[in-house]
Ligand binder design. Structure first.
Ligand SMILES: *Cc1c(COP(=O)(O)O)cnc(C)c1O
Length: 453
């Protein structure tokens, strides 16, 4: 067997090779990274370059091991290098890597996804960004056939739906720590014309009355309401029952409900957060787990809506690598594994709850105020006191304390999300011994917070 490769031998300095790679990377890649939060900019320090990943362990270029709570930012629910996923990719590999024509694995994955999630049709794309962007266009096109005046999208403050222009408005994830503020309800990124951003309305998450009010005023102009059914991209935010009911009411106003399950799909249950919470969206977007670590996104819904997409309908959407056979194979193997052993979800929830309770206790003992939000395998420890139900509350977190804690965790061998406003993910590869290791690193990190940095 040639994989996994030999671990590189440890170097004298714990970060010599990563530092050298980062220096070279910065010469040829903006900021040295291909996605902003990887840069560690908000927490200080320089990123580790990962040489291999196996189970719940990341090994960097200097041969240091880290217990991984990022899971590639969501896809790796089974852990890295899972034997069934690796085998599926190896089985597909000898037959070619991309055809530009339909293949059987697309049909198999579409059948599996529609069956697990109760949707009728799905279209595969290559990222979560493409899924949300395409779903939005489809919603406008579908609703617009009878009501062309419905041009607006409604989203929620601190929700992140990928980086398409219309959705980079008051967005979460890396934008909460990396964006330069442009002020107002303006675009979250330079390069998005205010005229585009003006078509996106923003409401507060978990504010049922605010959503009802906005729908009462502008509902007739709105094509779609897009939301994270459980938020991961402002840190973890759990929707209230009131808010879920208000979300359902938007359909009464003639707008389509788009659930962005790119993070929560197949994570919070086999039928996602919407299945868990009893939500019935018109369109659903997937990414991350659906590709098992290879690039896959998807959007789906009732045939009546989905058949409005090209080649059947007038809404155009295409992709050179969409339905890629290797990516389909990885997605199929991952979802098949999750369906075969649904006990995985119970275990993930138990471990994550234990981790959350442990962190709360240790922080309290050390006199560090934190609020832990968890659901299923998702967890954020906000460095603040009091409830966190929406963006405004999350934004009050002590990011300096978090950064110091993050660096201490990393030094202790635990790779936490390098931003206060992200979820961490427990995977099926984490063990009780891993949780103990994490809590002991956390105890020392909380204790050292009280000392000058
Ligand atoms: C990650 C994420 C996206 C974007 O997916 P990419 O594959 O990074 O483009 C969109 N929505 C949500 C909720 C996400 O978590």
């Amino acid at each position: 067997m040639t994989f996994p490769p030999e671990s590189p031998a440890p170097t004298a300095s714990l970060t010599a090779r990563s530092d050298a790679l980062f220096k070279r990377a910065q010469q040829v890649i903006p900021g040295g990274v291909n996605s902003p939060v990887r840069a560690f900019k908000s927490v200080g320090g320089s990123p580790r370059f990962i040489a291999r990943a196996d189970g719940a362990t990341l090994t960097d270029a200097d041969g240091q091991n880290y217990l991984d709570y990022i899971g590639s930012w969501g896809p790796m629910i089974l852990g890295h290098n899972h034997p069934a996923v690796r085998q599926a990719i190896q089985d597909a590999l000898p037959f070619g890597t991309s055809f530009g024509a339909p293949n059987e694995r697309e049909v198999l994955l579409a059948e599996l996804v529609t069956r697990l999630t109760g949707t009728e049709k799905v279209r595969f794309v290559s990222s979560g960004t493409e899924a949300t962007m395409s779903a939005l266009r489809l919603a406008r096109g579908f609703v617009g056939q009878t009501e062309p005046g419905r041009k607006y999208t409604l989203k929620f403050r601190g929700n992140y739906h990928g980086h398409a222009d219309a959705l980079l408005v008051e967005a979460g994830s890396g934008l909460m720590t990396n964006a330069t503020s442009l002020g107002g309800a303006a675009p979250s990124s330079a390069g998005v014309p205010p005229e585009y951003a003006a078509l996106t309305l923003v409401a507060e998450y978990n504010d049922a009355a605010g959503l009802d009010d906005l729908m009462a005023q502008r509902g007739h102009e709105i094509a779609a309401v897009i939301f994270e059914p459980v938020v991961g991209n402002a840190g973890v935010l759990i929707p209230s029952a009131d808010f879920l009911a208000a979300l359902h009411r938007v359909r009464g106003a003639g707008a389509l409900l788009i659930a962005d399950e790119v993070m929560t799909g197949f994570r919070l249950s086999l039928s996602g957060a919407t299945g868990l919470l009893g939500l019935e969206p018109d369109l659903t977007c997937w990414g991350k787990i659906i590709g098992g670590g290879l690039p896959v996104g998807a959007y789906g819904g009732r045939s009546e809506i989905m058949d409005f997409v090209s080649p059947l309908g007038p809404v155009y959407q295409a992709g050179t690598l969409s339905g890629n056979p290797l990516a389909m194979a990885a997605g199929l193997a991952t979802l098949t594994e999750l369906e075969r052993d649904p006990g995985i979800y119970t275990q993930l929830e138990r471990y994550t709850a234990a981790l959350g309770a442990g962190l709360s206790d240790l922080a309290a003992q050390a006199g560090v105020p934190i609020t832990v939000n968890t659901i299923g395998s998702m967890l954020t420890a906000f460095f603040l006191e009091g409830d966190v139900q929406h963006y405004g509350q999350a934004a009050r977190a002590d990011t300096a304390a978090f950064s110091q804690w993050f660096r201490a965790m990393l030094a202790g061998g635990v790779y936490w999300a390098p931003s206060q406003f992200e979820s961490i993910f427990v995977s099926a590869a984490h063990t009780p011994a891993d949780l103990d290791f994490t809590l002991s690193a956390a105890q020392s990190a909380f204790t050292h917070l009280k000392e000058p940095a």
